[in-house]
Design a protein around this ligand. Structure first.
Ligand SMILES: Nc1ncnc2c1ncn2[C@@H]1O[C@H](COP(=O)(O)OP(=O)(O)OP(=O)(O)O)[C@@H](O)[C@H]1O
Ligand SMILES: [Mg+2]
Length: 236
């Protein structure tokens, strides 16, 4: 699914150059669950954002299902993200003015196959509702559908964010420290949801500082100073 070759990301500001990613080679197959670890500032988020096409590498090659993403313009990239990727962030990133179900429905906003164009607008909307309901159900927040984010606990908010990420049935879920703002119990609940999604076939790449959460992935990648220094499958 993912093929990164010699990916580079350099920042230049005030003539100071920072190398956030250097010589990154990475292959990820469909169905994998990969954890990325490493000290603060080593490039984990930059790598995840590069995979998510919200950050453009300054060098190298990124193929997704054999498609060269460097060839896409911003509009095509936005479409690619909407149809293919689901994002989960440390700080949940829900929209405070929208209810939980409206937030989850945002995960369908960019999907082409969902406007009811072929089957009439009514059916399209019904299909959206059913998808949103199913996603909320899956993460156990259906009973909070009409609530607003600030009325939910951190764990519930993160589960809503996961529902938003999965509602469009993405090929790849990218999670940047999804348990970073949660207590142990809620963190474990979120990890169990991610592991369950992977068991059902979802491909997941997750940044974490927690060794025990990394152990729930099937492969662990260690980074240091913008480089991948180790990649190992979990011992079974
Ligand atoms: N916009 C930017 N301008 C300049 N340098 C940046 C920018 N964004 C990130 N960097 C630098 O790139 C490097 C990698 O940052 P990144 O956010 O990927 O680290 P990280 O591994 O995710 O760290 P953390 O664990 O603290 O989240 C850091 O040295 C950082 O200072
Ligand atoms: Mg980070």
């Amino acid at each position: 699914m993912i093929h990164l070759e010699n990916i580079q990301r350099r920042y230049v500001s005030d003539e100071v150059e920072t190398t956030a990613l250097a010589d990154i080679d990475l292959h990820v197959e469909a169905g994998e669950f990969v954890a990325i670890m490493g000290p603060s500032g080593c490039g984990k988020s930059t790598l995840l954002n590069t995979l998510g096409t919200v950050d453009r590498p300054t060098g190298g090659k990124y193929l997704f299902d054999d498609r060269d993403l460097a060839a896409l313009d911003e509009k095509a990239l936005a479409q690619f993200r909407g149809a293919t990727l689901g994002f989960v962030f440390q700080s949940f990133n829900l929209i405070d003015e929208l209810t939980i179900e409206e937030n989850v429905a945002l995960g369908l906003a960019y999907r082409k196959d969902d406007g009811g164009k072929k089957s009439g607008a009514g059916k399209g909307i019904g299909d959206r509702r059913a998808r949103v309901a199913a996603a909320m159900d899956k993460v156990g927040i259906a009973h909070r559908a009409r609530h607003y984010p600030h009325q939910l606990s951190g764990g519930q908010q993160q589960r809503a964010a996961i529902a938003r990420a999965i509602v469009g049935a993405p090929k790849l879920i990218l999670a940047d420290e999804p348990t970073g703002n949660l207590d142990t119990a809620n963190g474990e609940q979120v990890m169990n949801i991610l592991a369950g999604l992977n068991d059902e076939g979802a491909t997941i790449i997750m940044v974490t500082h927690s060794p025990s959460h990394a152990d729930m992935a099937k492969r662990r990648i260690d980074m240091l100073d913008g480089r991948i220094v180790a990649s190992a499958a979990r011992a079974l």
